[in-house]
Ligand binder design. Structure first.
Ligand SMILES: NC(=O)C1=CN([C@@H]2O[C@H](COP(=O)(O)OP(=O)(O)OC[C@H]3O[C@@H](n4cnc5c(N)ncnc54)[C@H](O)[C@@H]3O)[C@@H](O)[C@H]2O)[C@@H](O)CC1
Ligand SMILES: Nc1ncnc2c1ncn2[C@@H]1O[C@H](COP(=O)(O)OP(=O)(O)OP(=O)(O)O)[C@@H](O)[C@H]1O
Ligand SMILES: [Mg+2]
Length: 357
C-alpha cells in the first residue's frame, strides 16, 4: 500500500534522504533515484533498508552481521524475549542471546535451539529469606554474569517480558549503567520502559539509547517527563520535545503510524491484526538495523557518512520491515495471523527489498 502525501511532505522526505545520504559516494545516486521516482514513503523506508542491510560477503566471519542480546523473560512472560531474539536472527543477525530468569530459561531454550540463553536474572521471591548482604552478593553475581559478555554485543534490547519485580529491575538498572560505560547501544521496550519512566536518568543524555513505547508506555513517559497529557494534535512536536527533554535519545512511538523523534513517519503496509508480540519483533529489528547502520558508518570501504544517526536509520528500517511482514502474513492467514506468522514473513519481506544475491 502506498500512502499519498502532500507535496511538502514529499519534499521533506526527499530532503531527509539527501541529508541522510550526503557524503555517500557509493549509495547516493541509486537512493536519490529511488526517492525521486516513486515519491512515496515506501521509497524512504525501503531505501533505508537497502542502504543499511549488508551484502552476504563470503569473507565475513560469524558475528560480523550482528550480535544481539535481549534482557528479558521471567515467570509470566517467555514469549516476548523469544520473539525479539528470534526476529533478530531471522532478519540476519549472526548471534542472539537472551538473559532471563532461571524459571524462564528452559522454556525459552525449548522454543529454539538457535538462541543462547543465560539463566542469570533473579526475582525477589527467590531471595526473600536472604540478608541484605546476601542480596547484594546475588546482585553482584547477576551483574558480573552479564558484564563478562557486554563488550561482545553490538546492541541490547532491554525489557521484553522483563516483568516488574523490584529486585530484578534494580539489577537491570545496573546492567544499563554497564552498557553505557561500554558504549553499547540499547533499545528499551516493554517493562524496560516502566523502569526508565520511573528513573529517567538511566537513559538521559545517552545518545545510543532508543525507546520504543506503545500507546500506554508513551502516555506514561509523557506524563512523567513533560508533566502533561499526550497531545495528538501536535504529536510530532510533542515527541521531539520529549526526546529533547530526555537529552537527545531516539524515540519510536508505535501505533497506527510509527512516529520517530527526528520527524520521520512510517505508515506503509501494516496489518489490522493486533495480536501481542509485534512490538517485540520491532525491538529486535531496531537492534539489528541499528548495528548494521553503525557498522556502515564506520566501514572505510563503504565510504558512507549519513547525517542521520544509526539509531534513526535503525528505527525507520525496522518499522518498515515489520509492517511489510505483518501485511504479508495477513494476506496468508487473515484473522488467524499470529506473531510467529509475522516472524516467518520477515525473510521474504526483506528479500523482496534487498535480495540476498
Ligand atoms: N507472549 C508474551 O510473552 C508477550 C509479552 N509481552 C510483555 O508483556 C509485558 C507488558 O506489556 P503490555 O504491552 O501488555 O503492557 P501495556 O501496559 O502496554 O498494556 C497493558 C494493557 O493495555 C491495554 N492496551 C494495549 N494497547 C492499547 C491501546 N492501543 N489502547 C488502549 N489500551 C491498550 C491492553 O489491554 C493491555 O493488556 C511486557 O513485558 C511485554 O514485553 C508483550 O510483549 C506481548 C507478548
Ligand atoms: N493500529 C495499527 N495499525 C497498523 N499497525 C499498527 C497499529 N498499531 C501498531 N501497529 C504496528 O505494530 C507495531 C507494534 O506496535 P504495538 O502498539 O502493537 O506494540 P506493543 O504493544 O509494544 O506490542 P507487544 O504486544 O509486542 O508488546 C508498531 O510498530 C506498528 O508498526
Ligand atoms: Mg510491547
Amino acid at each position: 500500500m502506498l500512502v499519498k502525501h502532500s507535496s511538502s511532505t514529499v519534499l521533506r522526505r526527499q530532503q531527509f534522504l539527501v541529508r541522510t545520504l550526503c557524503g555517500s559516494r557509493t549509495h547516493l545516486p541509486k537512493l536519490i533515484r529511488a526517492t525521486m521516482s516513486s515519491k512515496s514513503e515506501a521509497a524512504d523506508a525501503e531505501s533505508v533498508l537497502r542502504t543499511v542491510t549488508p551484502s552476504l560477503d563470503p569473507k565475513r566471519h560469524k558475528g560480523q552481521a550482528g550480535k544481539i542480546a535481549v534482557i528479558g523473560g521471567c515467570r509470566e512472560y517467555t514469549g516476548a524475549p523469544y520473539f525479539a531474539a528470534i526476529s533478530a536472527l531471522k532478519i540476519g543477525a549472526d548471534l542472539s542471546h537472551v538473559f532471563c530468569t532461571k524459571d524462564a530459561a528452559p522454556v525459552i531454550k525449548s522454543y529454539s535451539p538457535e538462541l543462547i540463553v543465560h539463566p542469570v536474572l533473579e526475582e525477589s521471591y527467590t531471595i526473600s529469606q536472604f540478608s541484605e548482604e546476601e542480596k547484594r552478593k546475588v546482585e553482584d553475581k547477576v551483574i558480573g554474569e552479564v558484564d563478562k559478555w557486554m563488550e561482545r554485543f553490538d546492541c541490547l534490547v532491554i525489557g521484553p517480558g522483563l516483568g516488574r519485580d523490584p529486585f530484578l529491575l534494580e539489577c537491570v538498572s545496573k546492567i544499563m549503567l554497564l552498557a553505557k560505560k561500554s558504549n553499547v547501544p540499547f533499545v528499551v521496550d516493554g517493562d524496560g520502559l516502566f523502569l526508565v519512566t520511573n528513573s529517567i536518568d538511566l537513559v538521559k543524555s545517552y545518545p545510543l539509547a532508543v525507546l520504543t513505547p506503545n500507546v500506554n508506555e508513551y502516555k506514561r513517559l509523557v506524563q512523567k517527563v513533560l508533566n502533561c497529557e499526550v497531545d495528538e494534535e501536535n504529536a510530532g512536536d510533542q515527541l521531539r520535545s520529549l526526546a529533547k527533554q530526555i537529552g537527545g535519545v531516539t524515540i519510536l512511538r508505535k501505533g497506527k503510524t510509527d512516529l520517530i523523534s527526528n520527524g520521520e513517519i512510517v505508515s506503509i503496509y501494516g496489518s489490522p491484526r493486533r495480536c501481542g508480540g509485534q512490538g517485540d519483533i520491532l525491538s529486535g529489528g531496531v537492534a539489528v538495523f541499528l548495528s548494521w547502520a553503525q557498522q556502515l558508518k564506520s566501514d572505510p570501504e563503504r565510504n558512507f557518512s549519513p547525517s542521520e544517526s544509526p539509531a534513526i536509520l535503525g528505527c525507520i528500517a525496522a518499522s518498515g520491515l515489520l509492517r511489510k511482514a505483518a501485511a504479508l502474513a495477513f494476506t496468508k492467514h487473515k484473522r488467524s495471523t499470529l506473531t510467529s506468522d509475522i516472524i516467518e514473513c520477515l525473510g521474504e519481506s526483506l528479500e523482496d527489498i534487498c535480495p540476498a544475491s
